[in-house]
Structures are given as structure tokens and as C-alpha cells.
Design a binder for this molecule. Structure first.
Ligand code: CAP
Ligand code: MG
Length: 453
């Protein structure tokens, strides 16, 4: 920011406040979209002015008054910054609450919603940093989205698995296996006791294994493991591709082969995710969403978009599984914050819960629930922590934590299943699994060599 610009900002040359984007008396209506932004104004920029600028640029305004404003019902079209407060304990940062009239958004379109809310403002000069912390989607807008195609309740019914977390594993190494060897990993993991296996985020259709090869060998493994165990099993076939046509073709083939689930990745974009949600809804398929790339914009605490907001958008868009972090394991995450993400996925109504980062009540109007997925460097030795943190409605996914077992993949799966069942049983008997967790695992390992190993 140049000294001159600084002076202009400091002098209030930006006119958003005067233009009506700051309305401290405004009482949000039940149909408004509400946003909570964390703003870090440049030095000398008044936080209220900065909040008004965010409201302006994310709704109707540009940097100056335009004649054509007079040709619209600008009072209701303007977003309103209605509250600004310093963030406790973080000098220089402010929370800004902004309300948007429902008329500003196209029905059922994440692309349209986000083009406004995160469209221009993150590169805005008067701000050093900006973070979208939370959103309240009014019920009237929720009802214009179709939501998860299957939802966690129907998923459990289809799988016939209740009263415990589901178990999965990402096939490793991420890249390089041939179709035949890949299929063997799927069989071993499922036969050993996992409910799901999973393609990794970057496995699509590479020279060493084309997608059709993968799908054929994977489904061979799934069918053999289902026959051997008598359980419904699945493997998330990653249908992510370069075009929608590719993705539909891959998904159709997965369906023809009898897969219960297909997978896509956040990198395909919001519109593609909604289209795949429609496809899954039409064909009664479970839709798994991996979140590759999210850390580029969710990780920094003062800039970007919180994952709780992404989770809300994805519930509207319509996916059934969503990676939501672990708090233990190899990837960054604070336990309470991560629990907040899980609650966004699987509660029918979110209450305000500040320690977990839930700033708004959110009525989901019976939109189905997503199954959160815990993954990233976790293993059976953390079973007590994972169950304590996340309860039963979660998929615990151990990639390296299955395939890295010293006695092989099937042994890894056995260890995870035995650890899971021992821990759920102990919890149901009222044991203190947090403090006695390792003891419970050791006891279970006495009659299970793979777990002991
Ligand atoms: C996990 C994983 C997942 C990450 C994604 C990986 O493998 O397959 O992509 O967990 O993170 O590639 O790292 P491991 P998140 O189980 O072997 O660690 O779930 O947080 O989106
Ligand atoms: Mg991965």
C-alpha cells in the first residue's frame, strides 16, 4: 500500500460507509444470509469503514458511487455491515457481521453464492487480511438446495452397519501401482475388516493404471471381500477427471460394476460437485468428497475461508462423505475447532458454540447429514482419542495405518477392526476410554497378534 493510498484510506476517501453499507441499527431478518468476517484493516483504516467496504464489494458496490445505482432498489440490494467488534486477545483484528438480502442470490447455486461472498474482497487493498469465519444460511435458502444424496442415516441402512464408526483406508502408495496390485490391496483391506477402501486424491487415470483397469480390479476385490465376510463393502472409486463428460463416464462405469460409492475431489469445483451430487441422487450412490487443496485457503488463521464454511457449502451442494480433519495425526487442527466442523456436517440444527467456532445458529431444515471422514496419519494406537473426539458417526481412515502394518495389509485391517470394536465396547460399558485407552488396547491385543504387533 503506498503512503499516498494510506493517507486516502485514512482520510476516509473510500465511501462505502457513506454509501450505506454500514448500518449499526440493522436487525437481520430470518431470510438474510449472514457472514462473520475476521478483518485486519491496514494501518490507519477505520475497522468500520473496512467492514462497510467488505459489505459493499461483496454485494453491489464498486469503489465509487455510480449513476446506475439509482435504477435499482439499492436499499435492499446493499449488504449491511451491522456489527464490528475487536477480536478478543488479537490486537488489530476485528469481527465484522454482514447481512445479505436473499434476493441477491440465485436459488441452489454455490457458484453464485460464493461469487458474491468471497468474490472480490480477499484482495482488497484497505485490508491486510480477511477471513470468512462462519455463515448462517437462512432456511429459505437452504430449501433451494438438494443436499447430500444419501445422507449418513440411509448410508448406515444400506451398509447395515450401526453403533460404531466405519473404518476405511486410502490405498498406498498414492501413485504407481498397477491395476492388479491395486486390486489386491483393496481385497486385503476389506477382507481384514475394513468397511471401505479409498482411492487417493491424485489417482485418476495415469499411464501406469488407467481408470477402467483400476475400477475392474477394485470391484473384483470388493466383491470377493464381500463374499468372504458377508458384509457390504465399498471402495471409493475416484471419478475426478478433466471434464464433466469424463466424470460422468467414470461414474456410470462404477455403477455398472456394482459399486455403492464414487469419489470426487474439492478441486473439481463447486458446480461440478453439485452436478455429481445430482448424479448420485439419481442413482442412489454414496458420494465421497476428498478436500485436496483446501489448506491453501483454510489454514491461515487471519486470512482465507474457514473449513466450517466449506463444510456448510458442501452440505448444501450435496455430498455424503467429507474429509473434516482429525486433530490427532499428521495434519494440523485444533480438537475443538475440528469438532465444530463435524457438527456442521452431522447435526440437524447447529446451536451457537463459540469454543467450537460455531458463531451462528443454523437450521438445516432436514437436509440430510454428511458423514465426516477422519484421515491423515492416524492409526489404531489413537483409537481411544478418535472415538472420544468424534463419537460413532465418522469414518476413521487409516492409510499408512493399515498398509504399513509389519505383518501385511490384512493384518493391519484386523488390528484396526479389533481396536475399534474393543474401544466401542469399553465406551459402551462406561469405561474412561481417554485415560484407560492404551490399557484397553493392550488387553485386546492379548488375543489379537496383529493388534499387538
Ligand atoms: C491420508 C491421505 C489423505 C489425507 C487428507 C493422504 O493418508 O490419503 O489424503 O488424510 O487429509 O494422502 O495423506 P494416511 P484430510 O492415512 O496414510 O495418512 O482428511 O485432512 O483432508
Ligand atoms: Mg490422500
Amino acid at each position: 500500500i503506498t503512503a499516498n493510498a494510506k493517507k486516502r484510506y485514512a482520510a476516509g476517501v473510500l465511501k462505502y460507509r457513506q454509501m450505506g453499507y454500514w448500518q449499526p441499527d440493522y436487525v437481520p431478518s430470518d431470510t438474510d444470509v449472514l457472514c462473520l468476517f475476521r478483518i485486519t484493516p491496514q494501518e490507519g483504516v477505520d475497522p468500520v469503514e473496512a467492514a462497510a467496504a467488505v459489505a459493499g464489494e461483496s454485494s453491489t458496490a464498486t469503489w465509487t458511487v455510480v449513476w446506475t445505482d439509482r435504477l435499482t432498489a439499492c436499499d435492499s440490494y446493499r449488504a449491511k455491515a451491522y456489527k464490528v467488534e475487536p477480536v478478543p486477545g488479537t490486537p488489530g483484528q476485528y469481527f465484522a457481521w454482514i447481512a445479505y438480502d436473499l434476493i441477491l442470490f440465485e436459488e441452489g447455486s454455490i457458484a453464485n453464492l460464493t461469487a458474491s461472498i468471497i468474490g472480490n474482497v480477499f484482495g482488497f487493498k484497505p485490508l491486510k487480511a480477511l477471513r470468512l469465519e462462519d455463515m448462517r444460511i437462512p432456511v429459505a435458502y437452504v430449501k433451494t438446495f438438494k443436499g447430500p444424496p444419501t445422507g449418513l442415516i440411509v448410508e448406515r441402512e444400506r451398509l447395515d452397519k450401526f453403533g460404531r464408526p466405519l473404518l476405511g483406508a486410502t490405498t498406498k502408495p498414492k501413485l504407481g501401482l498397477s491395476g492388479r496390485n491395486y486390486g489386491r490391496v483393496i481385497y486385503e483391506g476389506l477382507k481384514g475388516g475394513l468397511d471401505f477402501m479409498k482411492d487417493d486424491e491424485n489417482i485418476n487415470s495415469q499411464p501406469f493404471m488407467h481408470w477402467r483397469d483400476r475400477f475392474l480390479y477394485v470391484m473384483d476385490g470388493v466383491n470377493k471381500a464381500s463374499a468372504a465376510t458377508g458384509e457390504v463393502k465399498g471402495s471409493y472409486l475416484n471419478v475426478t477427471g478433466a471434464t464433466m463428460e469424463d466424470m460422468y463416464e467414470r461414474a456410470e462405469f462404477a455403477r455398472e460394476l456394482g459399486s455403492v460409492v464414487v469419489m470426487i475431489d474439492l478441486v473439481v469445483g463447486y458446480t461440478a460437485i453439485q452436478s455429481m451430487g445430482n448424479w448420485a441422487r439419481k442413482h442412489d450412490m454414496i458420494l465421497h468428497l476428498h478436500r485436496a487443496g483446501h489448506g491453501t485457503y483454510t489454514r491461515q488463521k487471519s486470512h482465507g475461508v474457514s473449513f466450517r464454511v466449506i463444510a456448510k457449502w458442501m452440505r448444501l451442494a450435496g455430498v455424503d462423505h467429507i474429509h473434516a480433519g482429525t486433530a490427532v495425526g499428521k495434519l494440523e487442527g485444533d480438537p475443538k475447532t475440528v469438532q465444530g466442523y463435524y457438527n456442521v456436517c452431522r447435526e440437524s440444527h447447529n446451536r451457537i458454540d463459540l469454543p467450537r467456532g460455531i458463531y451462528f445458529e443454523q437450521d438445516w431444515a432436514d437436509l440430510r447429514k454428511m458423514m465426516p471422514v477422519a484421515s491423515g496419519g492416524i492409526h489404531a494406537g489413537q483409537m481411544h482419542q478418535l472415538i472420544d473426539l468424534f463419537g460413532d458417526d465418522v469414518i476413521l481412515q487409516f492409510g499408512g495405518g493399515t498398509i504399513g502394518h509389519p505383518a501385511g495389509i490384512q493384518a493391519g485391517a484386523v488390528a484396526n477392526r479389533v481396536a475399534l470394536e474393543a474401544m466401542v465396547k469399553a465406551r459402551n460399558e462406561g469405561k474412561d476410554i481417554v485415560n484407560e485407552g492404551l490399557e484397553i488396547l493392550r488387553k485386546a491385543a492379548q488375543s489379537c497378534t496383529p493388534l499387538k504387533q
